[in-house]
Design a protein. Sequence first.
Length: 262
Amino acid sequence: MNFALILFLLLVVTGLMALADRLYFAKRRAKDEKEPWWIEYPKSFFPVILAVFLLRSFLVEPFKIPSGSMIPTLLVGDFILVNKYAYGIRLPIVNKKIVEVGGPQRGDVMVFRYPEDPSLDYIKRVVGLPGDTVRYTGKRLWINGEEVPLKQLGDYVNPERMSVATEYTEKLGTQEHRVIVENDAPAMPPFVRRFPHRENCLYNSDGLQCKVPPGHFFMMGDNRDNSSDSRVWGFVPEENIVGKAFFIWLNLGEPRRFGSFN
């Protein structure tokens, strides 16, 4: 369901009704005559829908975490806020950038339209920028030939799978975050797709190496062995970007999770 499109259509309909009443219907009503319901309701809803549309399109958008691919940073059931202008101001619906503000950085948690089905929103961490060479072998990550620093923290009980993984802190650029790795899981996810620029990647039983094409990003989940990400379905085009995730505002099962995250 394209909620942005539905919201836009409601905005247009209610706005046209409010305008038609101002220019035509109101002039033909008696001073003491009550507005008909089909005029009153759209006029009442129009400013509310306009405020929600502008807020959601240009400032922040709520998003619910649907899967465990970003554990331990984000849990299933987390409600987060996404900054819509961090990577540039975009026109609603068509998602075309009209004002350049900044670009994704390694380590950012980003919401984007899933390349194989743009009606779906996905959330992963930015690992590779345009032009980067990303290598993930032996459960370790390299960017442009340099191994990404890892520091082991201990065991982590995955609440989704009820299994024990090893937890690390990983540093991408200046940003530190936590990841979990299941040491007995296969090094490569199964069912790698045929995707655009697939020729930029080399796969083997121990991992992969990819050259990120211009205007694209390489995304990975923090739950490294339970994440369908760029290792499986390829690169995220710049035009698919929705925004930067930055705040957990609700988790009904764990109220203490309110706050920002890395």
